[in-house]
Design a protein around this ligand. Structure first.
Ligand SMILES: C[S@@+](CC[C@H](N)C(=O)[O-])C[C@H]1O[C@@H](n2cnc3c(N)ncnc32)[C@H](O)[C@@H]1O
Length: 229
């Protein structure tokens, strides 16, 4: 029998009713037309632009996939820790890092909600596509976690599905629990409303369709640069 004694027990119960994408199968089969698979060695344009203008010593990436942003940061002298649920994605990330001689990056497979990051402080945290796959209850925990491990004046770069584009539909948070979605799209207003509780919103813009030799960006995403308040 299962009992709910703590908030974590409640979250675990809700997780059981809202299981999403099987990410190991996703990375093994590679049969979905996801641009982050196609361009798995190119960082996001906003990350490249940000690094040109800021002096960042260390960074953390949540839901790093095959490591395209984390490897770019490491090659630009930023010590980077990168986490992803999928062991297959992390094995691929480690191989790509070795092949491209990126040494300042540590990849680890695991659920970000099971990490103990309490003693860590990062100048920069990157989320390129994990937030929009989180359930509403985990989003709350995620916002606290990102804020707690950001250094004072630290930045959070978030890329997530934009409502009205091809990536996913906007989903009411109550409806979410009746009909589990694999991804949720956000409006500009909803992103502001959610993140302003812990962050100053420095930039919030729609992506453009750009693919260059060394980076890419897509119009189906919002790009947010947030600063710890
Ligand atoms: C849309 S993919 C983006 C991957 C990568 N950021 C990129 O852009 O190439 C979302 C990633 O989040 C990871 N993910 C989802 N939930 C997670 C969790 N609770 N803990 C760690 N990683 C998670 C998935 O395994 C997947 O690799």
């Amino acid at each position: 029998m299962n009992f709910i004694n703590t908030i974590e027990d409640l979250y675990n119960m809700l997780d059981k009713y809202t299981e999403g994408v099987d990410w190991n199968t996703f990375y093994a089969k590679r049969d979905k037309p996801a641009p982050f698979l196609k361009y798995n060695k190119l960082p996001d344009k906003c990350v490249v632009d940000f690094i040109k203008e800021h002096n960042i010593r260390n960074a953390c990436e949540f839901g790093c996939g095959e490591g395209r942003n984390a490897i770019f940061l490491a090659k630009n002298n930023v010590y980077t820790e990168a986490y992803d649920l999928s062991e297959i994605a992390i094995e691929n990330a480690k191989r790509i890092a070795r092949e491209s001689r990126a040494e300042k990056v540590v990849f680890k497979a695991g659920n970000i909600f099971e990490l103990d990051l309490r003693d860590k402080k990062f100048d920069l945290i990157i989320d390129s596509g994990i937030f929009h796959h989180l359930t509403p209850h985990r989003r709350l925990q995620y916002r606290d976690m990102v804020s707690e491990i950001l250094a004072d004046n630290g930045y959070f770069i978030l890329l997530c599905f934009a409502a009205g584009e091809d990536g996913a539909d906007e989903v009411d948070d109550y409806e979410f629990y009746k009909c589990r979605q694999t991804g949720t799209a956000f409006t500009r207003e909803r992103l502001k409303e959610f993140w302003k509780l812990k962050f100053d919103i420095k930039e919030l813009r729609k992506g453009e369709n750009v693919v260059e030799a060394r980076m890419w960006e897509s119009e189906f995403l919002y790009i947010c640069v947030l600063k710890k308040a």
